[in-house]
Design a protein around this ligand. Structure first.
Ligand code: 0O2
Length: 265
């Protein structure tokens, strides 16, 4: 395998990551459009760098000409969730696509069976078909699903492992294992106030949507119907907004709807 070949080799992986990113982003949008809590908070994707691929091949004694067969995470997607419960919902969403646009080859549950390092995450290994100019290719990809707390821990631990080239001193390793438990306990605690957090998020989302509706009505009244009392209505809007009460915003929006119908907007 020539070093100059890598650009070409990685092309299908890049395409798979791009397509999968779009698909998971669209799923997230679907939930948001329906005013439902999205189990997907953040989606990220990357194609492993050549240095990282070679390092993994050396670490696992994989001959360079077997890299594509043996390394499962050249294409990687990471889905970050707010709550541990959301991880299960994401797994179900992916399983529902199995055999359609995604083909699951293996699932690795490092949440119930955490790694010795303390690492927690749910991995789904898939084959993802892409169409290139020369035809179809099934690209291997790894989807990692984890909470924000698990991700925070994994990011920190990854950098430390990199700094010590994998030979992390025992005391630091023990500290990291303890921190992994702290992160997991936080996830568990968050789960107990999930309802409260979701209510708070919903209130903010409703408020932001109301503000957009009100702004749009005022804009149309001014632009399409020559409504002139802009200063007055703007002041009233800011006063109502300052009350921090969605009911007042709803009433103001209804008043505006009456004015809009009088102006035939
Ligand atoms: P990168 O740089 O994130 O891509 P191995 O790599 O030997 O641990 P394997 O067989 O490739 O494991 O599969 P596994 O266990 O499913 O792990 C694949 C990926 O999961 C890793 O890829 C990491 O991203 C993540 N991971 C697994 N174990 C740990 C861990 O202990 N700590 C952290 N921070 N991440 C982990 P890469 O290629 O190792 O790294």
């Amino acid at each position: 395998m020539e070093i100059a070949d890598w650009g070409k080799i990685l092309l299908p992986y890049e395409q798979a990551v791009d397509e999968l990113l779009i698909k998971f982003e669209r799923l997230k949008k679907e939930f948001e459009r329906e005013n439902k809590h999205s189990p997907i908070e953040i989606v990220a994707g990357r194609v492993k760098g050549v240095g990282s691929i070679l390092e993994k091949a050396n670490r696992k004694n994989i001959p360079y000409d077997r890299i594509e067969e043996e390394i499962e995470d050249i294409a990687g997607i990471r889905i970050i969730c707010r709550f541990v419960e959301d991880i299960d919902r994401v797994i179900q969403l992916i399983r529902r696509r199995d055999g359609k646009d995604i083909f699951i080859s293996e699932e690795r549950d490092y949440i119930n069976n955490r790694k010795k390092s303390g690492y927690r995450s749910y991995h789904i290994l898939v084959r993802y078909p892409i169409i290139m100019s020369k035809g179809k290719r099934n690209v291997k990809a790894e989807i990692q699903i984890r909470t924000m707390a698990m991700n925070f821990w994994a990011t920190i631990e990854h950098s430390i492992k990199y700094k010590y080239s994998g030979n992390v001193p025992d005391d630091l390793q023990a500290k990291l294992q303890a921190l992994a438990e702290t992160a997991y306990n936080m996830d568990m605690e968050m789960g107990t106030v999930r309802g409260e957090i979701m209510d708070a998020i919903r209130i903010i989302e409703v408020k932001n949507k109301l503000v957009d509706k009100i702004r749009d009505k005022i804009e149309r009244l001014h632009r399409d119907a020559g409504f002139e009392q802009l200063d007055e209505i703007t002041k009233k809007f800011y006063d109502v907004y300052a009350l921090n009460d969605n009911k007042q915003l709803i009433e103001f929006d209804e008043e505006l709807a009456i004015i809009a119908s009088l102006y035939k907007v």
